[in-house]
Design a protein around this ligand. Sequence first.
Ligand code: NAD
Length: 291
Amino acid sequence: MKIGFIGLGNMGGPMAANLAKAGHEVTGFDMADVSIEGVTMAASGPEAAAGADAVITMLPNGAILRLVAAEVIPAMAKGAALIDCSTVDVDSARAVAGQAADAGLMFVDAPVSGGIGGAAGGTLTFMAGGSAEAFAAAEPLFGIMGQKAVHCGEAGAGQAAKICNNMILGVTMIATCEAFALADKLGLDRQKMFDVVSTSSGYSWSMNAYCPAPGVGPQSPADNSYQPGFAAELMLKDLGLSQQAAASADADTPMGELAMALYKKFVEEEGGKGMDFSAMLPRFEKRGRAG
Ligand code: NAD
C-alpha cells in the first residue's frame, strides 16, 4: 500500500519504520527535521497524503490533529482511509471523522497502548473507533505496528477506551506508590511488599509490570532513575482528557479528578516534568501527612 505518515516523533517514527520494513511504500512528514529508515520524506502534510491509500497521523494533541486534518483531507483520494493514532479528546476525533466522511474518506481513531517499546517492537495495542469497513481497511496495518487491535465502536470509541484505560492507570499508579511509601514507614521490606501484593488482590499492571520501586519486580523506569518510559506530563495530558470527557458526559469521576490534581502539582510544582509517571514513589517517600 501507499501510506502517508504525519508526525514522526518518538512513537510515529518507529511505527512508520515498521510499515516500511514490511514492504509498504511510506511517505512521511514532520514539522521537525527527521529521517526515518525506509521512509521517503515529503515537504508538507498534503504532499505526503496525495495518492495514498491510507494516511496515518501520530500527533501531540487534538488541536494539532484538527489543523493537520484540515490540510490533509482535501489532498486525499476518495475512498482512502485516514487513521489517527494520536491520543486526543473525543470531540476532536469525532469532528475529524465528520470532515473525513464529508470528503468521502474512511476514518478510524486508533490510539495506542504500549509506549515507545511497543512502537519499536511492533507490539502496540490499538483501540479503534469507526465503521466496520474503515476498521477492516486499517486492520492489516495495525497487524504490522501492533499485536492486538480492538474495534471498540463508532468514531470516538477508540479515544473513549484509551482515556478510560489511562484514568485507571493514573489512579492505580498513585495508589501503588502511596502504598509503597506507607509500607516503608511501617518497616516493611519492599521486596516482601512486592511478593505479597503482586500475587494478592492489590495487584495491578502498575505493580506487576511497571513496579515503581527500583530493584523490585520486572525492569521498569524506576531502575533507570525514572527516565521515561511514559512521562508524567503525558499522564497529566491523558487525565485531563478523561476529566474533559467526564465533564461533557456528566460522569462522576472523583478518583480520576484527584489523580489529575496530583499529577498537575507533580509536573508543575514538584519537579516531575521529564520524569516517568512512576516517579510518584520518590515524591511520596519525601512526604508526611501534612505534605
Ligand atoms: P512526540 O512529541 O515525540 O511526536 C509528535 C511529533 O509530531 C513530533 O515529531 C512533532 O514534530 C510532530 N508534529 C507536531 N505538529 C505537527 C504538524 N503540524 N505537522 C507535522 N508534524 C507535527 O510525541 P509521541 O511520544 O510520539 O506521542 C504522539 C502521540 O502518541 C501523542 O498523542 C501521545 O499522547 C500518544 N502516545 C504516546 C505514548 C508514549 O509513550 N510516548 C504512548 C501512547 C500514546
